[in-house]
Write a protein that binds this ligand. Structure first.
Ligand code: ZN
Length: 276
C-alpha cells in the first residue's frame, strides 16, 4: 500500500452501480481507505465493506447534519433516504457500540458541528450527539473523525475545541480542514491531525496551513464522491484519486513526493492503528 484515503464514502448510493469495481481500482492503485458512515445505515454498510476487503476500514458515527431534519443529498442516500432526512436520527450508543466490535472499525464519526446549513435551535442537538460520540470513542479507545464546518452563526471550530477539551480522552483527525492557520495550530497543539481533500488542487486557500503544519500531522483524503481533484474535475471522485492530493501536498510544501507519500501513509498507520 502506498496511499491511504483517510475519509471516503464508497458506501453511498453514488457507487451502487460499480462499488466493487471502485474498491478494486483503489487496490490496483495501492490505496487503502477509511469508509466513513454518516448515520446508522451507512455506518453499518461501511463495516460490511471493511469486513469484505482487506484494504478497506470503517468509521462509524452520526454526521451532525443528520441529527435533525436535514438537507437531502441524492449521492448519499438516493431516493430511499428521504424519509430519514426529514426526521433525523437520535444517536443510539448501544447500537453503534455493537458495530464498533468489528476489528476493522478504526474511528468514530464523522461527528462534530456543522453550522453551515443549520439554524440556532439545532446547535444543542448537534452538541449532544457530538458528546455521545466522543464518549463512545473514549469507551472503544478509538480516534475521532471530526466534521467541523463553519457557518454564518457561531464559531464551529471554537465550540468543537471546547467540547473536545471537556470530554475527549482520545485524539483524532479534523476532516476537510477549512480553517486558517491560527485555528489549525489549536487543533495541532491538542494532538489532532488535519486532513485535506482534492480542494487543495483547485484553490490556494489552504496552502498556508498545508505548508506550516508538521508533516507528521497531515492526512490525505478524497471525501469521495465529492470534491474531485484536478485533473479529474467534473468526474465522480473515488479513493484511487487520493494520489493527486498527496502530490499537491508535496508541491505546496516543496518536499519530495516520495517523502510526503511515505510520511502520510505512516501517519494513517499511527492515527488509526492499522497494519498495511
Ligand atoms: Zn464525509
Amino acid at each position: 500500500m502506498k496511499y491511504f484515503d483517510a475519509h471516503t464514502h464508497v458506501n453511498f448510493v453514488a457507487y451502487d452501480e460499480d462499488r466493487e469495481a471502485t474498491i478494486l481500482r483503489s487496490h490496483g492503485a495501492e490505496t487503502g481507505m477509511n469508509v466513513v458512515g454518516t448515520q446508522y445505515d451507512t455506518s453499518k454498510s461501511a463495516v460490511d465493506l471493511a469486513e469484505k476487503y482487506d484494504h478497506v476500514y470503517a468509521t462509524i458515527g452520526l454526521h451532525p447534519i443528520h441529527t435533525s431534519k436535514s438537507y437531502h443529498d441524492e449521492k448519499e442516500l438516493g431516493d430511499g433516504g428521504k424519509e430519514f432526512t426529514s426526521r433525523g436520527e437520535v444517536f443510539d450508543t448501544k447500537a453503534y457500540e455493537e458495530l464498533g466490535q468489528s476489528k476493522k472499525v478504526i474511528a468514530v464519526g464523522e461527528c462534530g458541528l456543522d453550522y453551515y446549513r443549520l439554524d440556532e435551535q439545532t446547535k444543542g442537538v448537534q452538541e449532544e450527539a457530538f458528546i455521545q460520540q466522543i464518549e463512545l470513542a473514549n469507551t472503544l479507545n478509538k480516534p475521532l473523525m471530526l466534521h467541523i464546518r463553519p457557518g454564518r452563526t457561531g464559531n464551529a471550530y471554537d465550540d468543537a475545541l471546547k467540547i473536545l477539551k471537556a470530554h475527549a480522552k482520545v485524539r483524532g483527525d479534523v476532516h476537510f480542514f477549512a480553517g486558517d492557520w491560527n485555528i489549525a495550530k489549536e487543533f495541532l497543539d491538542e494532538g489532532f491531525t488535519l486532513s485535506f481533500t482534492g480542494v487543495i488542487t483547485f484553490t490556494r486557500d489552504y496552502d498556508e496551513v498545508v505548508r506550516n503544519a508538521p508533516l507528521d500531522m497531515l492526512l490525505s483524503e478524497t471525501d469521495a464522491p465529492y470534491v474531485t481533484p484536478a485533473p479529474y474535475r467534473g468526474k465522480r471522485n473515488e479513493p484511487a484519486y487520493v494520489e493527486m492530493v498527496v502530490r499537491q501536498i508535496s508541491e505546496i510544501r516543496n518536499e519530495s513526493f516520495e517523502k510526503v507519500q511515505r510520511q502520510l501513509l505512516d501517519n494513517a498507520v499511527r492515527v488509526f492503528g492499522i497494519a498495511i
